[in-house]
Design a protein around this ligand. Structure first.
Ligand SMILES: CC(=O)SCCNC(=O)CCNC(=O)[C@H](O)C(C)(C)COP(=O)(O)OP(=O)(O)OC[C@H]1O[C@@H](n2cnc3c(N)ncnc32)[C@H](O)[C@@H]1OP(=O)(O)O
Length: 431
């Protein structure tokens, strides 16, 4: 979908620090706290949002049952006027992407002029479920009559059913973890362990350098964590002193003993929230906000989770660029979600693979090589972390900043997601 004369201005974006989960700094916070803080910060930066916000949308993957519409609860908590509608979306790791594109549609169609779109994830607050057997037994016990009835319910109950079901990052339809799937994908496209470790090292070095250079000073807002209101000011997900030696010493995390994906070349489990402020272009100008970037269009895809689970970028980048009439060389900035180093490299390899491009994308020849010097130059999900529902908003903020800095014309954001889903969003600099 390419907007004709896009009116969707990307005004700003910010996020909480991204923090390792589930036993990290944010372990006592809920997704609600993180989302509220992100919205609160953007409201402080643009005080008119308190009364003049037409829509709030948030993506999230792991939901806390008491805040299933987290966008609404978080905006109420942040003091946005109660007459602002708010809804939450889930589309696995591209949940914020769909919050952003839905909001872009609302602005382009005139349904909204000023909107907050973003996402949040707290893996620390992941629901731990009781076993199905225990749940069934408890429900039957409620209906049991007398001691005899209770005995009938509990007589075959096994103590092993008391064990909770640990949450797993696994694909429902295949049963494979994301890591195991990415391992297979990397093998399929011949991505070596050393190539993955080198890419991971690059991500950590880029993130450390970007933090050092102050790139995130406007983007990452300090977070005060109760009870002592300990201030977290930086992501704790990146290794400034990583090395190939250390990375190559790490054992396979998912496929043992011969897998290539390790803790070092996988994105860490992360808590965090991010929001983007989107606005109608004329509205932004009338508020003297000097918009510099618009959302030009977007594409989503769905592939077979069996074998093509994490190939979303390979499907959506050509789809979107072809629709926009653009080539790889027209893009100045690429922000590609780094679920795993092997997954990013497999997607880039797929785009250079003539057979894949012909058979799977219906192209005449290979789509082409994406120049690495334009990809994730200020870090990516491997190093900055990946709070599933929030990453899309971080990608938008990074891509917007890098596009303005580079004085280029176009930026392309792309991400894969569980379910065999993919997303790409095209940005254009107008300022
Ligand atoms: C579409 C999508 O996005 S799909 C992706 C969805 N996300 C996922 O599936 C999450 C994938 N990641 C994970 O599951 C986890 O991060 C894992 C299992 C890979 C690793 O978890 P953990 O074992 O807890 O990792 P942990 O952070 O403790 O690191 C293990 C070791 O590696 C080291 N390490 C990790 N990364 C690096 C690095 N970049 N440089 C140097 N050392 C590193 C750590 O210091 C630690 O070393 P130690 O044992 O000597 O202390």
């Amino acid at each position: 979908m390419i907007f004709k004369d896009s009116k969707v201005a990307v005004i700003d974006g910010l996020r909480t620090p991204f923090m390792k989960a589930p036993t990290g700094k944010a372990q006592d916070l809920k997704a609600y706290d993180l989302a509220r803080e992100a919205i609160n910060n953007i409201k402080h930066r643009y005080p008119f949002l308190e009364d003049d916000c037409d829509l709030v949308t948030m993506g999230s993957v792991i939901q806390n049952a008491s805040t299933s519409n987290i966008a609404r609860e978080a905006m109420i908590g942040a003091g946005i006027n109660l007459d602002t509608p708010a809804y939450s979306v889930t589309m696995a790791c591209i949940s914020a992407n769909v919050a952003i594109t839905n909001t872009a549609n609302a602005i382009q169609s005139g349904a909204a002029k000023v909107a907050i779109a973003g996402g949040v994830e707290s893996s620390s607050d992941a629901p731990v479920r009781i076993s199905h057997k225990l749940k069934k037994t408890l429900l039957q016990a409620q209906k049991a009559k007398g001691l005899k009835g209770l005995w009938q319910v509990f007589k075959d109950f096994k103590f092993s059913s008391l064990a909770p079901e640990a949450p797993a990052i696994a694909e429902f339809s295949t049963g494979l973890t994301m890591g195991a799937d990415a391992d297979q994908l990397a093998a399929k496209f011949g991505i070596s362990r050393i190539a993955q470790d080198e890419f991971a090292l690059r991500s950590h070095q880029n993130a450390a350098a970007a933090w050092e250079a102050g790139e995130f000073k406007d983007e990452v807002c300090p977070l005060a964590i109760p009870p002592k209101f300990t201030l977290v000011v930086q992501d704790d997900t990146f290794y400034a002193n990583s090395s190939l030696e250390k990375l190559s010493s790490l054992k396979p995390a998912f496929v043992r003993p011969h897998g290539t994906i390790t803790a070092g070349n996988a994105s860490p489990i992360t808590d965090g929230a991010a929001v983007s402020l989107l606005m109608d272009l004329d509205e932004a100008k009338s508020r003297k906000l000097k918009p510099q970037v618009v959302i030009e269009g977007y594409a989503f895809s769905g592939q077979n989770p069996q074998g093509e689970l994490l190939l979303g970028p390979a499907y959506t980048m050509p789809k979107l660029l072809n629709e926009a009439g653009l080539k790889i060389s027209d893009i100045d900035v690429f922000e590609i979600h780094e679920a795993f180093a092997g997954q990013v490299l497999a997607n880039l390899a797929a785009l250079q693979d003539e057979k894949f491009c012909q058979e799977s994308l219906g192209l005449k020849s290979a789509f082409g090589e994406i120049p690495m010097e334009k990809v994730n130059t200020q870090g990516g999900s491997l190093s900055l972390g990946h709070p599933f529902g929030a990453t899309g908003s971080r990608l938008l903020t990074s891509a917007t900043r890098r596009l303005i800095q580079s004085k280029g014309k176009y930026a392309l954001i792309s991400a894969c997601a569980a379910g065999g889903l993919g997303s790409s969003i095209l940005l254009k600099r107008i300022g």
